[in-house]
Design a protein around this ligand. Structure first.
Ligand code: SF4
Ligand code: SF4
Length: 216
């Protein structure tokens, strides 16, 4: 695998158009779900990840110490963790496979025989969701496209350059250079969980100023 693949999610370039959400639904032919219209105090839509919603842009409004307003957007989806804690939580390790070529963490049909609660609790980012027949779902890194030399659908669709995908070593270099360039104006710029995940999220404000999902 060499070092496999990775994404750089540059939140400084995301303007929450949600093209990634639409592209993912279209490519994987994920069914729409009925969502009852309601004012939930946010422009986010749909309300959360689900078995048929594998990526979602999350919004957070906060105030910076200088009194300026921050309205930050961050994509939520599987991080394709290097050690895959979800897999460690599985009874049958064959039900969650780490793809040899890309490093993508892939849920198999046999996840329907796993304990949903255990797998979901095992994920530090609260990502797995259960479908109607019990199978668990999440982002699959578009491995079908990647094996054919194509970009993941979400990366291809992003109009702002907020999603970069490629060989991990190259993506790490791009990420580190981008952080260095941002630090003059944004001293808190960093890559979250840099060593542990393949979905590298770059934030410019402190991490607590983003709506980042965790299991706690
Ligand atoms: S983010 Fe969660 S579901 Fe995805 S690989 Fe990591 S532990 Fe597994
Ligand atoms: S990589 Fe593919 S499966 Fe994952 S969020 Fe992007 S479009 Fe969806």
């Amino acid at each position: 695998m060499a070092n496999g693949k990775s994404f750089l999610i540059d939140t400084t370039k995301c303007f929450a158009c949600r093209a990634c959400q639409v592209a993912c639904k279209q490519w994987h032919e994920l069914p729409a779900e009925a969502v009852v219209p309601a004012n939930r105090g946010t422009y986010e839509n749909p309300p959360n990840l689900s078995y048929s919603q594998w990526v979602k842009v999350q919004f957070k409004e906060t105030e910076r110490p200088d009194g300026s307003m921050a309205w930050n957007f961050v994509r939520n989806s599987c991080r394709h963790c290097i050690d895959a804690p979800c897999r460690q939580a599985a009874e049958n390790k064959d039900s969650i496979v780490i793809d040899a070529e890309t490093g993508a963490v892939l849920f198999q049909e046999s996840t329907k025989d796993e304990s949903y609660a255990k797998i979901r609790l095992g994920c530090p980012f609260d990502i797995p969701r259960q479908g109607p027949d019990g199978q668990l779902f999440k982002c699959v890194m578009c491995v079908d496209r990647v094996r054919d030399g194509l970009m993941p659908a979400c990366a291809k669709a992003c109009p702002g350059g907020g999603i970069t995908f490629g060989d991990r070593d190259e993506i790490l270099q791009i990420a580190d250079e981008r952080v260095q360039a941002l630090r003059a104006e944004h001293p808190d710029a960093q890559i979250l969980d840099r060593r542990d995940v393949r979905l590298l999220i770059l934030v410019a404000d402190p991490a607590e100023m983003y709506s980042l999902s965790t299991r706690s």
